[in-house]
Design a protein around this ligand. Structure first.
Ligand code: NG1
Length: 537
C-alpha cells in the first residue's frame, strides 16, 4: 500500500499557512510534493490515454494560436473526485472515502511576459477572457455574491499569497480547459481552485532567482490546506474532502481522508477485481454557490450549532473549533469518548437533547445555547448567510454520526475482500454487503440530511433495478451525480440501460456525446500534477 500523507490540521482549523515556500519545503521535507511529470502516460490510465492525448494536443494548439509569441511553460492539472461514502461529514471532521477521477481542470501557462498581467482564457466560450493587473492582486476582493468564473482563479491567488506572503507573482498568460461538468457533484470548483493555486505557486517558483527546476514548488498538504481556505472566498463554507481527493489522488486507490486529529490521506487499494463504480450525472445542476444559504451553508451551520448545543446541554465544556466557526460533531464524539460514552450513547444523547423532531426556531436555539439570537447570527450566519425556518439539529446530527460509522465499515471491508479461493458466492455476498452500506448512505442523505432530489432518487432506483449492487448520490447532492457499485463484467450493459431508462426518457433530445459525458465507468486517478515538457504522450 502506498504511504499515507500526513500533515498538521492547523490550517484546516485556523487560517492558511503563512510561511514562505522555502520554509514550507523544509518544514515538510518528509511530506511529498505535488509531482512534476513529463509524460501523459504518468497521468492517465491506459484506457483514458488516447482521448486525453487528443485533448491535450488540441489544448496546446489553441494555446499557440491564442498566444503565438509565447512558449507554453507548463500545464497545471487537478482532477475532480467521486465520493464513495461519507457525505456531508468532512466539515464535522469525520473521515470520508473519495477517489480522484480522470476528468480534470488543466491550466496551460506562459510565465514571464512583461505586461504585469494575468490573462485568463477558457476553452469554453461560455467563460469570457479576463485580465487582472498583478499590482492589484494582493488587495483584490472577491465578490462571492456574483457568479463569475474567474473568482475560482482569484481564490487560488488568495491561497498563493497566504502560502507565500512575499511572493512576486509573475505575468501569467493562461488557457484553462475544464472537463468536470459544473454542479455535477464531482468537484469542478475545488479542482479549479487547486489547479489555479498550483499554477500560481509553480509560476512564482519558476521565476524565483536561482530556480533550476519546477520541483518542490509546493507540498501536497500545503496545496490542500490553502485550497480549502481559499475556496471559502467564493462563498462556500467548504469542508476539505474535495481538495484532499484532488491533490492526493492515487491511481487504482480510494483515499481514506481523515481530518482529525490531523489531515491524512491513506490510499486504499481495491482488493477485488470484480467490481467497478459508475458515475451518472442527473444533469440537474447543483449550484451550491447560488443555493448555499438554503442548502450547503445551512447544513454547515446546523451541524456546527448542533454540536455546540450538545456540548452545552451535556456539560462537555468548550469544543475545539473548526476554522473559527464553531464546534464539530467530531469534537462532541471525542469529548463523550473521554467520558466513556460510546457511539450509541452519543446517538441517544442526540435524541434526548433534540427531542423536537419538527426542528428549532432561532429563538429556541438561542435558549438551548444560552446565547442571544444576535450573537448566534453574528457567529454562524454572517460570513456565509443562511435562510431557514427551523434548524433540523436532530436529523442532521444523526446522519453525521451514522454516516461516520458507515465510512469506517466500508473502509474495513475494502481492505478485507474475500480471497479468490473463497469462490464466487463469497464475492457476491461481499459486493452486496459493500453496496448495502452505500444504499443506507443514500437513504440517510435523502431522509435525514435532506440533500437528495427527485432525479437523484430516480437514478438510484433505476441503478438498482438494472443490476447495480448499490447506488447513492455523491457530493453535496440537491442534483449532481450518483455513484453505483456494479459488477465489472456487467458495467457496460448497465451504462446502456441507464442511457435508455433515464437519459433518453428525461432528455429525449440528448446527444450520444452528452450522454457519454454524463455517465461513465470510473477509475481512481492521479491527483494534482505539473506537467512540463512532452504534452503529447
Ligand atoms: P461538492 O459535491 O463539490 O459540492 C461539497 C463539499 C465537500 C463535501 C460535500 C458533501 C466544497 C468545495 N465541497 O462537495 O467538502 O462537504 O459537499 O459531502 O464545499
Amino acid at each position: 500500500m502506498p504511504p499515507s500523507f500526513e500533515s498538521s490540521i492547523t490550517t484546516l482549523t485556523g487560517t492558511a499557512a503563512s510561511s514562505p515556500v522555502s520554509e514550507v519545503d523544509e518544514m515538510h521535507a518528509a511530506v511529498p510534493n505535488v509531482p512534476v511529470i513529463s509524460s501523459l502516460s504518468s497521468v492517465y490510465s491506459v484506457s483514458a490515454l488516447p482521448s486525453q492525448e487528443h485533448r491535450w494536443a488540441s489544448l496546446v494548439a489553441s494555446f499557440e494560436q491564442l498566444y503565438p509569441n509565447e512558449d507554453l511553460t507548463f500545464i497545471a492539472r487537478s482532477p475532480g473526485r467521486v465520493n464513495l461514502i461519507g457525505e456531508h461529514i468532512d466539515y464535522s471532521l469525520f473521515d470520508v472515502l473519495p477517489m480522484a477521477i480522470t476528468q480534470d481542470v488543466l491550466i496551460a501557462v506562459h510565465v514571464g511576459a512583461t505586461d504585469g498581467q494575468i490573462v485568463l482564457n477558457n476553452t469554453d466560450p461560455h467563460f469570457p477572457a479576463r485580465t487582472f493587473n498583478i499590482a492589484d492582486l494582493k488587495e483584490i476582493e472577491i465578490d462571492a455574491t456574483v457568479h463569475e468564473w474567474s473568482n475560482y482563479f482569484l481564490a487560488g491567488v488568495k491561497g498563493a499569497f497566504s502560502l507565500l506572503p512575499s511572493a512576486k507573482i509573475p505575468s501569467m498568460h493562461c488557457l484553462i480547459d475544464g472537463r468536470i461538468p459544473t454542479g455535477s457533484g464531482l468537484s469542478s470548483s475545488s479542482a479549479f481552485v487547486c489547479a489555479s493555486l498550483l499554477a500560481i505557486v509553480t509560476a512564482v517558483k519558476a521565476m524565483a532567482p536561482n530556480s533550476t527546476s519546477f520541483a518542490s514548488a509546493v507540498t501536497k498538504s500545503d496545496l490542500v490546506q490553502s485550497s480549502v481556505v481559499s475556496e471559502r472566498y467564493v462563498g462556500v463554507n467548504s469542508g476539505g474532502m474535495d481538495q484532499s481527493a484532488s491533490v492526493f489522488g492515487v491511481p487504482g486507490h480510494a483515499l481514506q481522508v481523515q481530518f482529525y486529529p490531523a489531515l491524512k490521506a491513506t490510499p486504499i487499494a481495491f482488493q477485488s477485481d470484480g467490481f467497478a463504480f459508475v458515475i451518472a450525472n442527473t444533469l440537474v445542476v447543483a449550484d451550491k454557490h447560488v443555493t448555499g444559504p438554503i442548502h450547503y451553508n445551512l447544513r454547515v451551520v446546523e451541524t456546527a450549532v448542533a454540536a455546540e448545543i450538545l456540548a452545552k446541554q451535556c456539560g462537555l465544556g468548550p469544543l475545539p473549533i473548526r476554522d473559527g466557526f464553531g464546534g464539530t460533531v467530531r469534537g462532541v464524539v471525542e469529548a463523550f469518548k473521554a467520558r466513556g460514552v460510546d457511539a450509541t450513547g452519543v446517538m441517544n444523547k442526540v435524541k434526548e437533547v433534540f427531542s423536537k423532531e419538527e426542528g428549532y426556531t432561532l429563538a429556541e436555539t438561542a435558549q438551548l445555547l444560552g446565547q442571544s439570537e444576535l450573537e448566534i447570527t453574528k457567529k454562524y450566519m454572517t460570513r456565509f448567510p443562511v435562510r431557514f425556518e427551523r434548524f433540523q439539529f436532530r436529523a442532521r446530527a444523526l446522519h453525521v454520526l451514522e454516516e461516520a460509522q458507515r465510512v469506517q465499515k466500508f473502509c474495513q471491508m475494502l481492505t478485507h475482500a474475500p480471497a479468490d479461493q473463497d469462490g464466487a458466492d463469497a464475492e457476491e455476498q461481499y459486493l452486496r454487503a459493500l453496496a448495502s452500506i452505500m444504499t443506507a448512505s443514500h437513504q440517510s442523505c435523502r431522509d435525514l440530511f435532506d440533500c437528495s432530489c427527485e432525479e437523484l432518487d430516480e437514478l438510484v432506483g433505476l441503478a438498482v433495478a438494472n443490476g447495480a449492487y448499490g447506488s447513492r448520490l455523491t457530493g453535496a447532492g440537491w442534483g449532481g451525480a450518483t455513484v453505483s457499485l456494479v459488477r465489472k463484467d456487467k458495467a457496460a450493459e448497465f451504462v446502456q440501460c441507464l442511457k435508455k431508462e433515464y437519459y433518453l426518457k428525461r432528455y429525449p433530445e440528448i446527444s450520444e456525446d452528452k450522454m457519454n459525458d454524463a455517465i461513465c465507468i470510473t477509475e481512481p486517478a492521479l491527483g494534482s500534477a505539473v506537467v512540463v515538457g512532452n504534452y503529447n504522450v
